[in-house]
Design a protein. Structure first.
Lengths: 309, 281
């Protein structure tokens, strides 16, 4: 029951997100016909053809329902600029962005786990907290620029721009991973602190477990739960950050497509990227919530007949 | 490591030293002066000097000069107005809208609350930066679109806090008492609910201001904000990027100032949070 409810909520949120994006499209100044024509030939005949072809003479409600219906089937329209289905455009460019996002997520999580577990002493905690504050507060493009000028311009270890090969992935991934690691470390450390006050830690120590084992096997496992809730947020950071990072490092990917579309008012592409990211966010968040039920039995609804406390 | 049981959690959490908070507050005051009276701290941000182009930091130009010979420090000081204004107005929009919608959700019954809560969820499903880019695509680049976009994107956070806070206040004795006195609904909300709901908002807004400034810098770095030659920080970083290999100071130093401002806001915000935490409505 609770699972069905959660799935339904996810669907409703998704519908609301798609609608909000569509409203933004309606609010765009200038007619759709103008954006499609762009710099091309502009005659009444061409205008009539475009209106006919894109179905722009139908009532707004019908166009909206048509948009929803096609979006539900995964058809996100055609790019005005590139004259290709948006789905193909995204499919073409998602690869490099996904590679960057996954690399950054893994690196960030690894760094956060290491920092949260190893910096338990007061002075280490101080150093790590300062590090977290700085990387969270620094604009991501500044991190990228500083890394670029040190490791590419001065030392020449990595290529200055481009998306070919492993070497070109290192600096962008580190840039994107640092803010992620900053936030995750704070959450994990908070969770560990909380868990260390729990009775089960005393029990574990009473069984003669060493401090490291208590930390990793018991406290850390508890601290991971709140971190799971953050996966949806993490995704947003990675996707939004990727747009900026791809610009700084001149990498191909979804970011460049999005920026190009924004600059040329290619609304179907902008809309598709935004709706697509909302879709992935909702899916991830729903999965995270459901996995919570799986991981933590306390959240499951109580059985109908109480069998004792 | 000793047994942690005997020490309560609050004692073991690290507190930033008083000096750190003091320095952060000082930096914020400086930024405020720069935003209100930039002429007091710096010269003309647009004065080009073709004889001194891309010179490194020196006694005459602390932050060096850029590709047109303009003093980078002057530009950074004058840029404070842009960045702070964008951040403050965006945060005000977010707080005001969040307050109204959160109150509405917290005070209404099941269905209206459910509808509002789901729309907050829908808004936060969009990554901030992509939502803002959608706005720019609709409204064109510029300060206004940037402000509205960041305001709307950060609104759900405040709305959720206000909503749950309203639930708590509604149950409080002074509210049930006021209901028993037969006060009108308007008076109830304005006199009793609203003031007590406001509690955590200023602190959240201070920390949120940092986020808004970061987002604004990112967007104008992408060319979506105030256009050159206006000395906005993100735009400066973007301009200087082309000269990175020969003049790091035109990008890195303005960037460091943005970072310091956001760190200061976070430190001061967290300090206030600790001072006022535990005060319940």
């Amino acid at each position: 029951m609770i699972v069905v409810r959660r799935l339904l909520t996810g669907l409703v949120v998704l519908w609301a997100a798609a609608t909000a994006a569509y409203l933004a499209l309606l609010a765009a100044p200038g007619s759709t016909v103008d954006s499609i024509i762009g710099d091309g030939a502009d005659t009444p005949l061409i205008r009539a053809q475009i209106i006919q072809e894109w179905g722009l003479d139908r009532p707004a409600v019908v166009q909206y329902l048509d948009y929803l219906w096609r979006a539900a089937q995964g058809d996100l329209g055609r790019s005005y600029l590139l004259q290709r289905p948006v789905r193909e455009v995204i499919a073409d460019q998602i690869g490099p962005t996904l590679t960057l996002a996954v690399a950054a997520a893994l690196l960030g999580a690894l760094l956060a786990l290491t920092l949260a577990v190893t910096t338990r002493r007061p002075w280490a905690r101080r150093v790590s907290s300062t590090f977290e504050l700085v990387v969270v507060s620094t604009p991501p493009f500044l991190i990228g620029i500083v890394l670029l000028s040190i490791f590419s311009f001065s030392l020449g270890w990595f290529p200055v721009s481009g998306g070919q090969g492993f070497a070109s992935l290192v600096l962008p991934a580190v840039t994107l991973a640092l803010p992620v690691a900053g936030v995750l470390t704070q959450v994990l450390r908070d969770g560990i602190d909380r868990a260390m006050d729990e009775p089960f830690v005393v029990t574990a120590r009473a069984r003669g477990l060493g401090e490291r084992a208590v930390l990793v096997r018991h406290a850390l496992r508890h601290a991971l739960l709140p971190a799971v809730t953050l996966t949806g947020w993490l995704f947003g950071i990675l996707l939004g950050g990727a747009v900026i990072i791809e610009t700084v490092f001149g990498r191909p990917g979804l970011g460049q497509v999005t920026l190009q579309a924004v600059n040329s008012a290619d609304m179907p592409v902008v809309l598709a990227v935004v709706v697509f990211s909302a879709f992935v966010y909702v899916v991830i968040n729903t999965l995270a919530d459901l996995s919570y039920l799986l991981i933590d039995p306390r959240l499951r609804p109580a059985p109908a007949t109480p069998t004792g406390a | 490591m000793a047994l942690a049981l005997d020490r309560p959690l609050s004692v073991r959490l690290r507190r930033p030293s008083g000096a750190g908070v003091f320095a952060a507050a000082g930096f914020l005051a400086l930024a405020l002066v720069a935003a209100v009276l930039p002429g007091l701290l710096a010269g003309d941000p647009l004065a080009a000097d073709p004889l001194h182009v891309l010179e490194g930091p020196s006694a005459a130009h602390w932050f060096g000069t850029d590709q047109l010979g303009r003093d980078v420090l002057d530009r950074v000081v004058h840029g404070a107005r842009h960045s702070l204004l964008i951040g403050v107005v965006a945060t005000l929009i977010a707080v005001t809208a969040g307050l109204l919608l959160g109150l509405l959700a917290g005070l209404t019954h099941k269905y209206a609350d459910e509808a509002l809560s789901r729309s907050f969820d829908a808004l936060s499903a969009f990554p901030l930066l992509l939502l803002a880019l959608l706005f720019v695509a609709v409204a064109g680049p510029g300060t206004v679109g940037l402000v509205v976009a960041i305001g709307i994107a950060t609104m759900p956070h405040y709305a959720r806090v206000v909503r749950s806070q309203t639930f708590v206040v509604r149950q409080a004795h002074y509210v049930t008492q006021a209901v028993a006195f037969g006060h009108s609904r308007t008076r109830l909300v304005l006199r009793h609910v609203l003031p007590n709901v406001l509690g955590p908002i200023p602190v959240l807004a201070v920390i949120g201001l940092g986020e808004a400034i970061l987002a604004a810098a990112g967007l104008s770095f992408l060319g979506m904000g105030p256009q050159p030659p206006s000395p906005e920080w993100g735009a400066m970083l973007s301009e200087g990027r082309g000269y990175l290999s020969v003049a790091w100071w035109t990008t890195v130093l303005p960037g460091v100032v943005v970072t310091l401002l956001v760190i200061s806001l976070t430190v001061v915000g967290r300090h206030l949070q600790r001072r006022f935490e535990g005060r319940h409505p």
